[in-house]
Design a protein around this ligand. Structure first.
Ligand code: GAR
Length: 210
């Protein structure tokens, strides 16, 4: 089993889906730490209920991003983490963090990248008039939501959608594809080739485009 840490700033529904897959024995990964920059994050509470170690590091106590990242990296190293999972972690990572875990950080983003990077992207997709949106699991590099794409899922945008209804439809897919991407990593089936991620021996054609 690989050792993973989940970093989350909010309610932690993606964390919950990973916990449940792990408890169901469908993930060759053990969540050894849940870390947050917010002491009151719902994610920390969920982790506590599942008996997972937690740590809260308040970014406002550090004079710059690098110092905060050094503290996070120290906690992750201490927990001997193989893979870092960003699940609604609302902090940009500096090179200090990225270089500490090369090709070992994943993020989930609620749009079909490279469309709509950044924040409030469900609203942006609606306002743009897109017919489809979705979610993307990708490796993290130095840019904003720019790293190599692992899995994407597509969802339709309906005529009467609002931000909430679209977010809920996307979230359902997030909960499906994030554990899948982690399992592919755990099985050592992901190969980064430049911008592209190759999946070795896909079980199903949908592995690449769920
Ligand atoms: C998810 O929709 C995730 O894709 C998004 O935040 C939400 C977290 O929900 N992440 C980002 O926007 C990253 N910039 P959760 O706390 O219930 O998992």
């Amino acid at each position: 089993k690989i050792r993973i840490a989940v970093l989350a700033s909010g309610r932690g529904s993606n964390l919950q889906s990973i916990i449940e897959e792990s408890q169901a024995g469908r993930l060759d990964a053990e969540i050894v730490l849940v870390a947050s920059n917010k002491a009151d994050a719902g994610a920390l509470e969920r982790a506590g209920e599942a008996g997972i170690a937690t740590c809260a590091i308040d970014h406002r106590q550090f004079k710059n991003r690098e110092d905060f990242d050094r503290e996070m990296v120290a906690a992750l190293r201490e927990a001997r983490v193989d893979l870092v999972i960003l699940a609604g972690f609302m902090r940009l990572l500096s090179n200090v963090f990225i270089e500490a875990f090369p090709h070992r950080i994943m993020n989930i983003h609620p749009s079909l990248l490279p469309a709509f990077p950044g924040l409030d992207v469900q609203r942006k997709a609606l306002e743009y008039g897109a017919r489809f949106s979705g979610c993307t699991v990708h490796f993290v590099d130095g840019g904003l939501d720019t790293g190599p794409i692992i899995i994407q899922a597509v969802v339709p945008i309906h005529e009467d959608d609002n931000e909430e209804s679209l977010s809920a439809r996307i979230l359902e897919q997030e909960h499906r594809i994030y554990p899948r991407a982690i399992q592919l990593f755990a099985e050592d089936r992901l190969r980064i080739e430049g911008r592209r991620v190759r999946i070795l021996n896909p079980d199903r054609p949908e592995d690449r485009a769920l």
